[in-house]
Ligand binder design. Structure first.
Ligand SMILES: Cc1cc2nc3c(=O)[nH]c(=O)nc-3n(C[C@H](O)[C@H](O)[C@H](O)COP(=O)(O)OP(=O)(O)OC[C@H]3O[C@@H](n4cnc5c(N)ncnc54)[C@H](O)[C@@H]3O)c2cc1C
Ligand SMILES: NC(=O)C1=CN([C@@H]2O[C@H](COP(=O)(O)OP(=O)(O)OC[C@H]3O[C@@H](n4cnc5c(N)ncnc54)[C@H](O)[C@@H]3O)[C@@H](O)[C@H]2O)C=CC1
Length: 501
C-alpha cells in the first residue's frame, strides 16, 4: 500500500446510488471549484429526476440510471472511478480499490448502501432482490415457476405478492397482519381484499370509527385469488449494484408458468424452520412430508407452524444489511445494532473526516420525537444531500444545523395499487399505551388513521386518494391541541382544509 502511487482528492464519495450521487451534487454545487471523486462499484449511477416537494417534508421523485459521464459533464470538478473500494485506511486518509489504485481524501463519505439479509447465504433456491441483476434473475426463475414461497413482511414482499401473476405464492409472515414495517393491522385489513378478484365495488359506505382490528389466529392461513388482465412489457436492463426503488417492477413481466392469475396463500405468525432439497428430504430420517409430494419440487420449506411447502424457489424478502465490510478492517468504526455505520447529527462516523449516508448508515443522533430512520430512497437522498452540506460546511468552517427534513418522518409510496402516505409516528412507534387512534375507512377507497398523543396529532397513515397529507402534516408540525375537535377531525362531511384555515 505504501508503495502504491496515490491520487488525492479533497472529497471522495463511495457509492453511485442515490445517497452518493446526491452528496456529490450537493458538494459540487456548493464548492464548484473543489475536486471530488466518486468511486462506485456499479457501471451506472442513479440520478434523481422530476423532484417535487409535495409539502414541507413530503417529496416525490423518479430515479433514473445513467452513465456516469452525464454527471461528469455537469460537474467538471468531478472524477468518477469505476471500481469497488477494497479497503479504507483512516490513519493515512486513503482508500484502495479492487483494481489496486489508491486514492487519498481530505473528507470521505461512505454511501455503499446495503444488500439483502438472506435467510441463508448458500442455498441456490433462495433469492434476494436488490439490484437489477437480482430482479432479472428473479424474473427468469419466475417464468418457469408454478409456485414460489415469499418470506418477509416488508416492502418487497408487499410488492411481490401483488405483482406476481401466473404462479402460486405462499406468503409466510412472522406477524399477525401483513405489511408490518409500513402499517398496522387495520390498514392490512383494508388492503387484503385487493388480493381477491377485481370485482367492481358496490356503493362505498363511508364510516368513521375507533380503531379495532380482527387478527387471524396463530398459525392461521388465508388464501386469495384474483383475475388480472393487464400485462406489462419489459424495458431494457439496468445496472447491477445500486438498490432498486419505486416502481422497479413496472418495466418487467413478473409471470410464472400457470394460467391462473394472482393466487396467494398467506401463512401468518410463522418463520422458516428449515429449507431442504428433495434429495435431502428423501434421505432425512425424520420425513415430515407426505410421500406423494416428495420429488415433485426442487426445494421444500418447513415453517414453524408445522406446515411444509414444496416450491420452485424461495424469495427472502427479509430486510437489508448495511455494506460496511470493506471499510472496517484496521479502523475503529462504531457500529449500530443493525450493523450500520453510526453517524451523528452531522452525518459523521466515529472516524475523523469520514461521513456516511443512506442505507449503509444508522442515524444515532437524538431523533426528533416525530422522525425515525427507515432504509428508504427518500431518506437516502436526504442524507446524501445533508452529508454533502455538512462536508462543505466543515471545510469552509461554517456552522450547520440538522436539516428540517429530519424533523418529521414522511414517506409516499404505493402498495396494492393504492397511494400510501406515512407521517410521523404512523404506527404509534415508541408511544407506548399513551396514545389514541382515530380511524376513517371506506372499503376499497380510503383508509385514514390518525395517531394522537396528549391531544396532538403525532402520526398518520393515509391510504388512497385522501388529499389530506398536507393538512395533516401541518397539524403535526404545528403541534396544535386537537382535543376540542374530537372525532370531527375525520368527519368526511367537513372540508378539513377550510376548517383549519
Ligand atoms: C426492490 C426494492 C424496492 C424498493 N422500493 C423502494 C420504494 O418504493 N421507495 C423507497 O423509498 N425506497 C425503496 N427501496 C429502498 C431504496 O431503494 C434504498 O433505500 C436506496 O436506494 C438506498 O440508497 P443508497 O444510495 O444508500 O444505496 P444503494 O442504492 O444500494 O447504492 C449503493 C452504491 O454503492 C456501491 N457500492 C457498494 N459497495 C461498494 C464498494 N465497496 N465500493 C464502491 N462502491 C460500492 C453500489 O454499487 C451502489 O452504487 C427499495 C429497495 C429495493 C431493493
Ligand atoms: N415502497 C417502498 O417504500 C419499498 C421499500 N423497500 C425498502 O427496501 C428495503 C428492502 O425491503 P425488504 O427486504 O422488504 O425489507 P423490510 O425491512 O421492509 O422488511 C423486512 C421484513 O422481513 C421480516 N423478517 C426479517 N427477518 C425475518 C426472518 N428471519 N423470517 C421471517 N421474516 C423476517 C421483518 O419482520 C420485515 O417484515 C427496505 O429498506 C425497504 O424499506 C422495498 C420495497 C418497497
Amino acid at each position: 500500500m505504501a508503495d502504491k502511487k496515490e491520487k488525492r482528492f479533497r472529497f471522495v464519495i463511495v457509492g453511485g446510488g442515490i445517497a452518493g450521487v446526491t452528496c456529490v451534487e450537493q458538494l459540487s454545487s456548493q464548492i464548484p471549484s473543489t475536486d471530488v471523486a466518486l468511486i462506485t462499484a456499479s457501471p451506472h449511477i442513479k440520478a434523481v429526476t422530476n423532484y417535487k416537494q409535495v409539502s414541507k417534508t413530503l417529496e416525490e421523485f423518479d430515479v433514473e440510471e445513467r452513465p456516469s459521464s452525464v454527471l461528469e459533464e455537469k460537474f467538471p470538478n468531478l472524477t468518477v472511478i469505476h471500481s469497488a473500494v477494497k479497503s479504507l485506511h483512516t490513519q493515512s486518509h486513503s482508500v484502495e480499490t479492487a483494481d489496486g489504485r489508491v486514492f487519498g481524501y481530505e473528507k470521505l463519505c461512505i454511501c455503499s448502501g446495503g444488500r439483502p439479509k438472506l435467510l441463508t447465504q448458500d442455498n441456490p433456491y433462495v433469492l434476494g432482490i436488490r439490484d437489477t441483476d437480482s430482479a432479472q434473475e428473479f424474473q427468469k426463475r419466475l417464468s418457469k415457476a408454478k409456485r414460489i414461497v415469499v418470506v418477509g413482511n416488508g416492502g418487497i414482499a408487499l410488492e411481490l405478492v401483488y405483482e406476481v401473476e401466473g404462479c402460486e405464492v405462499i406468503w409466510a409472515v412472522k406477524d399477525k397482519a401483513i405489511g408490518n414495517t409500513f402499517f398496522d393491522a387495520g390498514a392490512a385489513q383494508f388492503l387484503i381484499p385487493t388480493l381477491v378478484a377485481d370485482k367492481p365495488e358496490s356503493a362505498a359506505l363511508c364510516k368513521r370509527t375507533r380503531y379495532t382490528t380482527e387478527e387471524p389466529a396463530p398459525g392461521a392461513s388465508q388464501s386469495f385469488t384474483a383475475d388480472r388482465n393487464s400485462r406489462r412489457h419489459g424495458s431494457g436492463p439496468t445496472e447491477a449494484g445500486s438498490a432498486l426503488g419505486p416502481d422497479w417492477h413496472e418495466g418487467i413481466v413478473l409471470r410464472g408458468t400457470e394460467q391462473v392469475s394472482r393466487r396467494v396463500l398467506l401463512e401468518y405468525q410463522c418463520e422458516v424452520k428449515k429449507i431442504f432439497t428433495s434429495e435431502e428430504l428423501l434421505n432425512s430420517p425424520q420425513q415430515t412430508l407426505r410421500l406423494e409430494n416428495v420429488g415433485s419440487w426442487p426445494v421444500y420449506i418447513q415453517l414453524t407452524n408445522g406446515k411444509t411447502f414444496g416450491c420452485d424457489f424461495v424469495v427472502s424478502a427479509t430486510g437489508v444489511v448495511p455494506n460496511t465490510e470493506p471499510f472496517l478492517n484496521g479502523n475503529n468504526f462504531a457500529l449500530a445494532d443493525d450493523g450500520g455505520l453510526h453517524v451523528d447529527d452531522h452525518m459523521m462516523t466515529s472516524e475523523a473526516d469520514v461521513y456516511a449516508a443512506g442505507d449503509v448508515c444508522t442515524a444515532c443522533w437524538e431523533h426528533s420525537p416525530l422522525w425515525q430512520q427507515m432504509r428508504l430512497w427518500t431518506q437516502a437522498r436526504q442524507m446524501g444531500w445533508y452529508a454533502g452540506r455538512c462536508m462543505a460546511a466543515h471545510v469552509l468552517s461554517e456552522p450547520i444545523e440538522l436539516d428540517f427534513c429530519f424533523e418529521l418522518f414522511s414517506h409516499i409510496t404505493k402498495f396494492f395499487n393504492y397511494k400510501v402516505v406515512l407521517l410521523g409516528k404512523f404506527n404509534g412507534q415508541g408511544l407506548g399505551p399513551d396514545h389514541e387512534l382515530l380511524l376513517r375507512c371506506t372499503k376499497g377507497q380510503e383508509y385514514v388513521k390518525v395517531v394522537l398523543s396528549g391531544g396532538r396529532m403525532v402520526g398518520a397513515v393515509l391510504i388512497g386518494e385522501t388529499d389530506l397529507e398536507e393538512t395533516f402534516e401541518n397539524l403535526i408540525l404545528n403541534k396544535m391541541d386537537l382535543t376540542p375537535y374530537g372525532e370531527e377531525l375525520l368527519n368526511p362531511d367537513i372540508d378539513i382544509e377550510d376548517y383549519f384555515d
